[in-house]
Design a protein. Structure first.
Length: 160
């Protein structure tokens, strides 16, 4: 199957038990399902909290909850392992299905990495990069620039 859809997640309002997702997965274990209530996400467990049906016709499939949910939203995210599983023997010719599957696998992994980058903190690409190390979080303290070396530190800053 060709990977023509570049999304890696589907987020929907909760209304019933079945929810369609629109990204490709190869098996049921390659999808993470969360229910979200008041902006707090809870990870569900495959086979206990939901089942997955993968479409053989179009990209995507259906997640079916095993019981009613009072959550506000459901979030389904592709979670493909970062490994190369195609075995292409030396001097035996190309198996088109194996090559296509390997390229699809790479595309899905790239889409996952892009999504992680989309949610990460970034520096301006037009400036000289500065190594940023975030200190271990401490309750009640804020991250501030230290004012001398361009480093971050924890500080008891008054938000008022």
């Amino acid at each position: 199957m060709t990977i023509s859809n570049s999304n890696n997640r589907t987020r929907l309002a909760v209304s019933g038990l079945t929810y369609d997702f629109t990204f490709t997965i190869d098996n049921e274990a390659e999808i993470l399902v969360y229910v979200i209530t008041d902006d707090v996400a809870s990870l569900l467990t495959l086979a206990t909290d939901y089942t997955v049906s993968i479409s053989s016709i179009v990209e995507g499939g259906t997640v079916t909850l095993t019981g009613a949910s009072s959550a506000d939203e459901i979030l389904m995210i592709r979670n493909k392992a970062y490994q190369q599983t195609a075995d292409i023997p030396i001097r035996s010719g190309f198996n088109e299905a194996v090559i296509e599957g390997a390229l699809d696998n790479l595309e899905m992994q790239i889409q996952q990495l892009k999504e992680l980058l989309d949610f990460s903190v970034k520096q301006d690409l037009t400036v000289v990069p500065v190594p940023v190390i975030i200190p271990t979080p401490e309750d009640g303290l804020a991250l501030v620039w230290d004012g001398t070396a361009g480093a971050l530190r924890n500080s008891p800053v008054d938000a008022g």
